[in-house]
Design a protein around this ligand. Structure first.
Ligand SMILES: Cc1cc2nc3c(=O)[nH]c(=O)nc-3n(C[C@H](O)[C@H](O)[C@H](O)COP(=O)(O)O)c2cc1C
Ligand SMILES: Nc1ncnc2c1ncn2[C@@H]1O[C@H](COP(=O)(O)OP(=O)(O)O)[C@@H](O)[C@H]1O
Length: 315
């Protein structure tokens, strides 16, 4: 899959079969859109093209939700779409200027002039142009006039996808990992940089890599204790195999903490990994965070969490 970050750098596509969307999560529901795209491209001997926007349109449009958390960062989305066998991904910078063009300019100067689509595959609810005034009907009028095919994504697919994205976000936040991972079709993951903590973990026998999340838009699971798998990504961008571990997200009431921290104890592992990036695959929610009566009780529980994690992940 070739990725372009500007419409200025895209080549002349051969019979482009284009879809437009945010694809947050690249979840199982999105796959049916991608299947439709690939099927149509194969039928006419064309290339598959996805147009997506970054930052997320809801971040840019003032009346939107500036605090919205996304299932995927743009890099993750690229990685996931890559695995789905798409030919071209165009990440269009979603600026105020882009958002304020008229629906007619969007079709003529953006969609048609830049992409020369053979076919556009879109949902009935797709909106575009200033104040989201452009709709399917307008695209239909233009398609006849400007000579591209328009295909509708079945309404039930569009509706199911909206429901899925919302349910995935809720499930991740509620610690409902089974539901989230089933809807996603892969294990929910996030990345963080290993930073200094209180240096208490090692004295308890459970050193924990404390994670700082660099992307503030990224959705992070709700507080609780989880079975996880992690990849250590060093500064040379070498990636370890998936290691087993257990994660705590919370304020650590036992030691009188107040700030929310994300920390991972990796099993059968002993290395200084400060400054590296960990990718954490969230496998299973184990229990809520508890205020223990002292460190001894906490350590006892940590031993039990480790047992439970190994049961979940398979020893
Ligand atoms: C798997 C796991 C479960 C934990 N559960 C709790 C908990 O229920 N309550 C709590 O107060 N702290 C909990 N902690 C956090 C510990 O208090 C923390 O690891 C310890 O304070 C070490 O912190 P440090 O890495 O900053 O040195 C847990 C940590 C891990 C790794
Ligand atoms: N098995 C392990 N799991 C997690 N971190 C480990 C492990 N072994 C060594 N480390 C290192 O030790 C650090 C965690 O030790 P800890 O005493 O909890 O310190 P801190 O409070 O700074 O996190 C990690 O950041 C990592 O560099």
């Amino acid at each position: 899959m070739k990725v372009y970050f500007s419409t200025d750098t895209i080549p002349a596509f051969q019979k482009a079969v284009v879809t437009i969307g945010t694809f947050d999560g690249v979840h199982t529901g999105h796959k049916s859109i991608l299947a439709q795209l690939k099927q149509e491209a194969a039928r006419i001997g064309g290339e598959t093209v996805i147009i997506t926007f970054h930052p997320h349109p809801r971040k840019v449009i003032v009346s939107g939700q500036p605090g919205i958390q996304l299932i995927n960062t743009i890099d993750e989305k690229i990685e996931l779409l890559h695995k789905n066998g798409i030919d071209h991904l165009v990440v269009v910078p979603f600026t105020d200027e882009f958002a304020s063009q008229s629906p007619e300019a969007y079709i003529e100067q953006f969609l048609v002039e830049k992409f020369h689509p053979h076919t556009v595959i879109i949902g009935y609810d797709h909106r575009f142009g200033k104040n989201r005034q452009g709709d399917y009907k307008l695209l239909e009028d233009y398609s006849a006039r400007l000579g591209f095919n328009l295909m509708e994504i079945p309404a039930h697919v569009i509706n199911d996808n909206t429901v899925s994205s919302t349910r995935i976000r809720e499930a991740v936040l509620m610690g409902n990992t089974d539901a989230a991972n089933t809807l996603l079709g892969y294990d929910f993951f996030f990345e963080g940089t290993v930073v200094d903590g209180n240096k208490l973990g090692r004295t308890l026998g459970y050193p924990t890599a404390n994670l700082r999340i660099e992307n503030e838009e990224k959705l992070i699971p709700g507080n609780g204790i989880y079975a996880v798998e992690v990849e250590v990504r060093n500064k040379k961008n070498e990636i370890s195999t998936r290691l087993k571990g257990m994660m705590s997200i919370g304020i650590r009431p036992t030691i009188g903490g107040t700030d929310r921290v994300i920390e991972v104890n990796i099993f059968d592992f002993n290395a200084d990994i400060y400054g590296t990036t960990l990718r954490v695959y969230v496998k299973k929610y184990l229990r809520p965070e508890v205020k223990f009566n002292g460190l001894e009780a906490l350590v006892e529980q940590l031993a039990k969490d480790k047992e439970d994690t190994l049961k979940v992940l398979g020893e």
